[in-house]
Design a binder for this molecule. Sequence first.
Ligand code: AMP
Length: 394
Amino acid sequence: MSTAIAVLNAGSSSVKFSVFVESGAELRLQVRGQIEGLFTRPRFVAKAADGSLMAEKDWGDSQSLGHDGALDHLIEFLRERGGGLTLAGVGHRVVHGGLEYAQPVRVDAQVLTALEKYVPLAPLHQPHNLAPIRRLLERSPGLPQVACFDTAFHRTNSELAQMFGLPHAMFEQGVRRYGFHGLSYEYIASVLPSHSPRAASGRTIVLHLGNGASMCALHGGRSVASTMGFTAVDGLMMGTRTGNLDPGVLLYLIDQRGMDARAIEKLIYNQSGLLGVSGVSSDMRTLLDSPEPRARLAVDLYCYRIRRELGSLAAVLGGVDAVVFTAGIGENSPLIRARVLDDAAWLGVERDADANDAGGPQLTKASSRVLGLVLPTNEELMIAEHTRSVIRMH
Ligand code: AMP
């Protein structure tokens, strides 16, 4: 029998999962999959590590499974098809650890209550992240569960980097820049030494360019600053999120357009970004293939905003030794990488066109003052590793 760690990433309408088994000191991916359309048309798919289909199920239109139903189905699947796996624990991606949690934590009823305090700080994510933890505590109270936070990696940021220009009491009450995508940055920081000792010990800007997008300044592998702030809507323009926005725009929308908080939430989280600007799609691949002028405009704005934020993080670091691309767009689009690298030529970045087109990992010429890399992120493995070490400590 093999010892396994399950990883859950529960969102508003889907639960993604993966299972890792111990193989010596390593954790090896065994199964990954998801249940999506939880409240509309639930669909389950599970694939082996080689990508081959293990199981699928479609519940049909107008069905609702909810988070609890999804979790029950997953447990059943692992029991029947897990091939004798013994679950040593479950790791969860949890968006907000607030000021309290700078490290992953084993969750019991008390910790769960503490994490519920952060629901108002991340209402679109935190409740969904916590739902499977609660269900598992009820169903399998003896099964160790570990929460891993998207904010934790950025707790090393200085107070200055965390502050807004608001009355200081608000900072002390928690209105500050937290930063997100921390598990992705932590994974990249963990593999940097094997790619470039200089990038690992020096000043490196990581670009996590997926549907959600942010950038993080690392110094010696620790987070110094990032583009996301109090919420994950700040910073870069994303698939459907605005990125940073003059707060005066929100006042105007409230006063002059009669919009309320929910309407504004929908606007800045779901209707803006690449989708809002292009009017075509939130998906970068679709936009790059589209002949629509506004699709091009959306891509132009996307790259322009990266250019500005890259300059800002370079200034914070006082120079740059390396830039690293990761996530869906960062890993797969030579075109966007080329534009970002060329926009950063003033920093001493010399793109190697052939290497970039071939997918790296090195994207820059040997003569380039700044090293460019593309590295696939692996947040699930990071969560599995944290989960294993937290369980071992107990
Ligand atoms: P993620 O959230 O990390 O899964 O990233 C999703 C984003 O990556 C979407 O905007 C996709 O269009 C984009 N993406 C994936 N593959 C490519 C590709 N080959 N070229 C451009 N964008 C891509």
